[in-house]
Design a binder for this molecule. Structure first.
Ligand code: ZN
Length: 566
């Protein structure tokens, strides 16, 4: 997704405090079968702990009761009553135990009631705390064995977050329009599960029962719809791949559908009837997008599930294989020139950016929200790859550099681990400019394209951390890029190339001013069209130059760096 005013976490002070709260959070409440419905649906903030709530810490941590099991399968089976704005049903959760234990942690927002949690026919005890649900088993669950619980729940989800979380709305003609978008605030705002980033089910069934005449579009392949004879129809979808929690979605509306194909890939589009003609024109861009990303990374990741665009009233979200779209059927981003250099108006930002997440975000997923640049930095860089594929290298560089004014360089891109939260927006723009800098460091496009392709192929369908990315890039390039990654992702300042000229001697001295002592990075300097590469480090080096101070340039459109001259 693309966020414009997101909550931030992650100062050094905050990390220390988060750890302190984690220790407190290690002691969950004792089990009871009572549902505590007296708690506020809005997570209470812990005084003095930055912006992280106790709920953020319980949800973001991967403690004993999360790490003792591995998710295999969900069957989310729910009924939606648009009149009462009410959701009811169950999630069947299948998991393998990795350690012997008697307790696991699941999640469900306090605003929703737990009706019962069953192991077979046996009701289980549970304890709720700030969105976490600790489920206790009467006997030890054994490592290596597979178990399944049926988690029954009901209630009215509280609409929250920038995109609403779970929203009961109406379309302009008065039909119900019900949709979900819960990245950050969490899937547990509307359905129960293991709501974290590290562990994903291998596949998932989604059954949504809605009044006859409406259409539900969820993730995965459409399997069937069944008229239940009580005025409601159940829509069944099946996700053939791992899926992260926040991608799971439902979109219920008065949709009409049209279809296309790209080779073996089914492409299906769902829009309101009044938008059909506009959509048929605008969505032709989807094919070129898929072709571009397949060119760089390989096959579209979710062929068995197909590719879908689903109209919604908010701007859009990368819901896996069912990307939601609300970009006014116009190019640019909400009809603006998004990077301000005349290139954004050539294409539909939401189709390109959100679909780029199919490769980075959905197929490759960060294992902790702290490392979300793996979604957003890469998806933003994919925009530039799309531009390069369609319009060439010069326009791609121009497009990327148009992002510079949006970068703040005031907080680190990677934030505190084990706490639910969202890094600063620099993860998008600075993230993409950093990846473009890496390309210049590699300085060999054939190698760069192979590196990108192999990187994606190596980690597809996995949940990874930045360390995995760095290790892979170091191995493949046979370079030590760790200080470069660290400078851009773990410090606020970008590298500054310091230049000192001695025009009487005809020399220039240079070094990097950075936070990482072992930082070294080659950079192109001199005159455009005849750049020379210097291997600058944090120590001063001197070389001859015939260029005067004012003539001496640095290729700052290829490397995201500052330059000072004296
Ligand atoms: Zn995004």
């Amino acid at each position: 997704m693309l966020g414009l005013s997101r909550r931030r976490v992650g100062s050094a002070v905050f990390v220390v405090m988060a750890i302190a709260v984690l220790l407190i959070a290690q002691t969950p409440p004792s089990a009871s079968q009572q549902t505590s419905s007296t708690q506020s649906p809005v997570p209470r903030r812990l005084r003095g702990y930055g912006e992280a709530t106790k709920a953020d810490i319980l949800r973001g941590a991967y403690g004993q009761y999360r790490s003792n099991n591995d998710l295999l399968f969900y069957h989310l089976d729910i009924r939606i009553d648009p009149e009462k704005k009410f959701v009811s049903g169950k999630n069947t959760i299948r998991f393998k135990m990795l350690k012997d234990d008697t307790r696991i942690q699941l999640d469900l927002a306090d605003a929703l009631s737990i009706d019962k949690i069953l192991l077979g026919t046996v009701p289980l005890k549970y304890a709720r705390d700030s969105g976490a649900v600790f489920v206790d088993f009467p006997e030890t669950l054994h490592a290596g064995r597979v178990y399944e619980v049926d988690f029954y729940y009901s209630g009215s989800p509280v609409s929250t977050g920038r995109f609403g979380g779970f929203t009961f709305a109406k379309d302009p003609s008065g039909h119900p329009w019900i949709y979900t978008a819960c990245e950050g605030i969490g899937a547990s705002t509307w359905w129960p599960g293991k709501d974290q980033w590290r562990d994903e089910v291998e596949n998932m069934q989604i059954s949504v029962t809605i009044p006859n005449g409406l259409v539900d579009v969820s993730n995965g392949k459409f399997m069937s719809k069944t008229d239940l004879g009580d005025g409601y129809t159940r829509w069944d979808w099946f996700v053939h791949y791992p899926i992260n929690n926040y991608d799971v979605s439902l979109n219920i509306g008065n949709y009409v559908q049209f279809s296309d194909r790209l080779g073996d890939l089914a492409m299906d589009y769902y829009v309101l009837p009044e938008d059909l003609d506009k959509a048929k024109k605008q969505f032709t861009q989807a094919k070129g997008m898929i072709e571009a990303f397949q060119h760089y990374f390989g096959e579209y990741p979710f062929v068995k599930d197909g590719y879908k665009l689903v109209a919604v009233p908010y701007s859009g979200m990368e819901h896996q294989s069912a990307v939601t779209y609300g970009n006014h059927f116009a190019n640019g981003y909400l009809e603006r020139d998004w990077t301000g250099v005349g290139i954004s108006p050539r294409f539909d930002f939401i189709i390109i950016h959100e679909s780029g997440h199919e490769w980075f975000g959905n197929s490759i997923t960060a294992a902790d929200s702290s490392d979300m640049w793996i979604h957003e930095g890469w998806a933003t860089y994919l925009e530039a790859l799309y531009v390069e594929y369609m319009y060439g290298h010069d326009d791609a560089i121009k497009y990327l550099n148009g992002y510079k004014p949006k970068v703040k360089n005031d907080e680190t891109i990677i934030t505190a681990r084990g706490v639910n939260g969202e890094p600063t927006q620099d993860q998008y723009f600075k993230g993409a400019l950093f990846i473009n800098t890496l390309r210049s460091v590699v300085d060999d496009d054939q190698r760069w394209w192979k590196l990108l392709h192999d990187f994606y192929q190596h980690f597809k369908y996995q949940n990874i951390m930045t360390e995995d990315v760095v290790e892979y890039f170091n191995q493949q390039t046979v370079m030590n890029l760790t200080p470069v990654f660290d400078q851009y992702l773990r410090h606020t300042a970008i590298p500054t190339l310091e230049l000192k000229f001695d025009e009487s001697k005809g020399t220039v001295s240079y070094r990097w001013k950075v936070d990482e002592p072992a930082f070294q990075m080659p950079v192109r300097v001199g005159k455009k069209d005849s750049w020379q590469i210097i291997h600058a480090t944090t120590d001063w080096q001197t070389m001859p130059t015939t260029l005067k101070k004012d003539e001496f340039e640095v290729a700052t459109d290829l490397y995201y760096v500052n330059v000072t001259k004296e």
